[in-house]
Design a protein around this ligand. Structure first.
Ligand SMILES: Nc1nc2c(ncn2[C@@H]2O[C@H](COP(=O)(O)OP(=O)(O)OP(=O)(O)O)[C@@H](O)[C@H]2O)c(=O)[nH]1
Ligand SMILES: [Mg+2]
Length: 210
């Protein structure tokens, strides 16, 4: 049986796993430190449909460069190889630290890994992923707005209006903005023949496999 995927991507600690919990009720492991999700974890939610909780894409303090590179490689390979089987992609990023992290990690040359990954998904899957701008409950409003502007500007190449349809400010932890993202996600899945995809999964304990 062919497997189809709903994938969640993003930097270490962005809140991918928390977002899966908030959207679907599936109790995937979450943690305070980056590196909680170590493998590409699949959770079957119906006959052929799987939630895919990805490990963090990018650098994290104290981690070995080699293992990080292997992880990044696995994520990119998965997206490339399974492109036709990815029904929906959701990219999660931290709205508080977008500018700061991108600058710091790129050693002052401003290259955005979040934007690169969004574009990589769009090119391979053939559709722009939904983007969850996470952790809006944290930090100053001014900083959040600046980070959002920088992200929108980068991801649309200077036409922020183009992103209103697929970027969703959320707090996965406080469950803010989850309703809007979920209804777009459910709508999109419906268009692709998956009705009521999360009906039976709430609070169910599920085993993952990779
Ligand atoms: N304040 C706040 N914290 C959040 C939010 N979402 C997630 N977190 C916290 O961020 C930390 C990381 O959350 P995870 O969901 O494990 O992040 P992840 O992206 O899956 O991380 P890795 O698996 O390590 O790549 C946890 O301490 C969460 O409680 C949010 O919306 N607001
Ligand atoms: Mg995780």
């Amino acid at each position: 049986m062919l497997e189809r995927y709903i994938i969640f991507t993003g930097r270490p600690n962005a809140g991918k796993s928390t977002t899966i919990r908030a959207l679907t009720g599936v109790k995937v492991p979450i943690g305070k430190k980056p590196g909680t999700t170590k493998k590409i974890n699949k959770y079957q939610i119906s006959k052929d449909l799987y939630l895919v909780d990805m490990p963090g894409y990018g650098r994290k303090l104290g981690a070995h460069r080699n293992s990080e590179d292997r992880t990044k490689d696995k994520i990119l390979k998965f997206i490339e190889k399974e492109a036709d089987n990815i029904v929906v992609a959701i990219h999660v990023f931290n709205i508080n630290t977008f500018i700061e992290t991108e600058r710091r990690l790129a050693r002052k040359v401003f290259i955005s890994i979040d934007i690169e990954l969004v574009q990589y998904i769009a090119e391979n899957v053939g559709e722009v992923p939904f983007v969850a701008a996470n952790k809006i409950d944290k930090g100053k409003e001014q900083d959040i707005m600046e980070n959002m502007d920088a992200f929108l500007y980068g991801v649309t190449d200077g036409d922020p209006e183009a992103a209103v349809d697929y970027v969703f400010p959320i707090s996965a932890k406080k469950k803010v903005g989850i309703g809007q993202l979920k209804s777009r996600l459910v709508q999109k899945l419906g268009e692709k023949g998956y009705t009521n995809p999360f009906r039976d999964v709430r609070n169910r304990k599920m085993n993952y496999r990779d």
